[in-house]
Design a protein around this ligand. Structure first.
Ligand code: FAD
Length: 549
């Protein structure tokens, strides 16, 4: 794969200043990344600018599930579920290192709003809508079997459970792998470049005025057509660009909490019903931690300010306690919380939970395609629809030069299913050839497939005694345009979310490595460390109300 580093960022900014693009994309979350990959695969000349780090917005704050959305069956959103299940199947092939099958247990109690029979029908429908292509079809477990598999579950009035398949993933890394694939196809992408205003000519958008958030430099991006994939910032951005804009979003806040795996031992994910609100909350075991979430409440403030509040935390703790009373979970067991905003599209629904997850594409005659809504799971399809919608803004002769999109290949050929298999077979190869521990070698191969080979070889040549996180940091700087410590600790690795100390015990060596690679001064290094601490303190500010309560 081509490099995608801070040096490439400099080159890309230079290119943005000099060139004229077919398509300019605003926003580097999963939808912007998907659009960049799709458009570049057609041979379009593409630029993408992201105001913060890639995946800074909703795309690093999801439940990290690739799922059909079993609960949307109740809203009769069959089209959405069918589409999402079909995309789920494709994502297993596209990014097998980041999307992993997971079984979900849905317990049914005597007083559950949906009983055994109706839930059984839902399960058949879910499997049918996946064209029976789920990693494993659903099963029905009796009470005994349910408790055998999930012994910590509340057994009072338990009738049994249904078990079905979906998947968990690394949302932030999937954005970056999608962008790396777009980069490979020639897209010119950069983070920390914010769109601050527009250049209009005869009522049409012709350029974007940009600010480099690192050195405050101002410059302009010129393109034939523009597309907004700004997630919860979409209305705000359209108002900045076009002035007259009728808001379309109904933003909804969702938070998650993370726990040590040992604190809630779960072999499968558990679906917990908040019957009163007709909502469900997941308890999701992953490689590194358990995630519990999410909430769903209307949100009208600046998306930058979103954070978990004590009421959100109590909501999640209460429902978890109902399902796992023996665990006696307390707020102090929580490792970390995180909060995001769903960029839902207004559809006149009574509640946030029933607002549709379908996406909306608006072709504005002022030369802007505006995309919002949808789910992470369906990003590839949403990107296909969005790029198709931009084509009518190009003259016929130009359209005929664009190819059909090609987005069904693995995002990273070195981490395709076949490459992962080959990487697995290489696990023992280095036993006598590297000073790195077997655990590190195995971890790197699992995380990066065959891309780990050059990492291991480089480390072995220099005989440097690096920890796995230092190796990951080098990789992140060279291949993921990682510019800051916070971006590394939060969006390139799960350190902040999954470690009791949020990774602070290793921040010194990691910051030294960044200092060397990115030529920071000592002051910059200390500022970067402080930013990580500030982030953690701000997100965990709800802990202060524990002491005062
Ligand atoms: P974002 O990821 O928010 O990206 C928009 C980007 O635009 C941001 O990075 C922002 O910095 C940038 N931007 C804004 N203004 C500017 C500007 N002026 N200049 C340049 N850049 C700008 N979906 C699933 O399929 N599975 C799940 O498990 C799931 N769980 C969820 C849980 C929660 C709590 C939430 C909130 C959502 C969840 N979703 C899930 C939905 C999914 O996460 C979102 O639909 C998706 O991430 C939206 O991506 P996006 O690219 O549209 O927005």
């Amino acid at each position: 794969m081509k490099t995608f580093s801070f040096l490439d960022r400099k080159k890309n900014i230079q290119q943005i200043k000099n060139d004229f693009f077919d398509l300019a994309i605003i926003g580097g979350g999963i939808n912007g990344a998907g659009v960049a990959r799709n458009a570049a695969s057609r041979g379009m000349k593409v630029a993408l600018v992201e105001a913060e780090d890639f995946a800074f917005g909703t795309s690093s704050r999801s439940s990290k599930l690739i799922h059909g959305g079993i609960r949307y069956l109740e809203n009769l959103d069959f089209h959405l579920v069918f589409e999402a299940l079909s995309e789920r199947k494709k994502l297993f092939e596209l990014a097998p290192h980041l999307v992993h099958p997971l079984r979900f247990v849905l317990p049914i109690y005597k007083n559950s709003r949906v009983g055994m029979f109706k839930m059984g029908l839902g399960m058949w429908l879910y499997d049918a809508l996946s064209l029976f292509q789920a990693p494993k079809l659903h099963e029905r477990w009796g009470k005994k079997e349910t408790l055998f598999h999930v012994p910590m579950l509340n057994n009072n009035d338990l009738c049994g459970s249904y078990v079905y398949s979906d998947a968990y993933m690394d949302d932030d890394r999937l954005v970056i792998e999608t962008l790396r694939s777009a980069n490979e196809l020639g897209a010119c992408c950069t983070n920390y470049v914010k769109v601050i205003s527009s250049e209009m000519k005869e009522g049409r958008l012709v350029g974007l005025n940009l600010k480099d958030q690192i050195n405050n430099e101002l410059f302009t991006l010129k393109a034939h057509h523009f597309i907004s994939t700004a997630g919860p910032w979409s209305d705000q951005l359209a108002q900045t660009l076009l002035k007259k804009w009728q808001s379309r979003l109904r933003p909804s806040k969702g938070i998650h909490i993370t726990l040590k795996k040992e604190r809630l031992t779960l072999p499968q994910a558990v679906v917990m019903a908040a019957d009163k609100d007709k909502r469900i909350v997941f308890a999701i075991p992953r490689h590194e931690m358990v995630i519990i979430g999410t909430t769903d409440t209307d949100y009208s403030e600046d998306p930058h300010l979103v954070r978990s509040e004590i009421d959100d935390i109590n909501y999640l703790l209460k429902i978890t306690d109902e399902y796992f009373p023996g665990a006696k979970l307390q707020a102090n067991d929580i490792l970390m919380s995180y909060a995001g905003i769903r960029p839902l599209v207004k559809d006149g629904s009574a509640t946030e939970g029933t607002t549709s997850r379908e996406h909306l594409i608006i072709s504005d005659s002022r030369n802007l395609t505006w995309v919002a809504g949808g789910k992470y799971t369906t990003y590839r399809k949403m990107a296909e629809d969005s790029v198709k919608a931009t084509l009518k803004f190009f003259p016929k002769e130009k359209q005929s030069l664009f190819k059909k999109s090609e987005t069904l290949n693995p995002l990273n050929p070195l981490a395709s299913k076949e490459s992962l298999l080959r990487a697995h077979l290489l696990k023992n190869k280095w036993k006598n050839e590297t000073h790195l521990s077997q655990e590190i070698v195995e971890n790197l191969l699992e995380q990066h497939g065959l891309e780990a080979v050059s990492l291991i070889e480089k480390c072995s040549k220099t005989k440097q005694n690096l920890s796995i996180w230092e190796i990951e940091a080098k990789f992140a700087i060279e291949n993921t345009m990682c510019l800051n410590l916070l971006d590394f600790f939060l969006r390139r690795t799960p350190l902040i979310l999954s470690q009791a100390d949020h990774g602070l015990s290793i921040i010194d060596p990691i910051s030294q490595l960044f200092t060397q690679e990115l030529c920071w001064s000592e002051n910059e290094r200390l500022e970067q460390i402080q930013k990580v601490k500030d982030y953690i303190n701000n997100e965990l500010a709800w802990k202060k109300s524990l002491k005062t309560n």
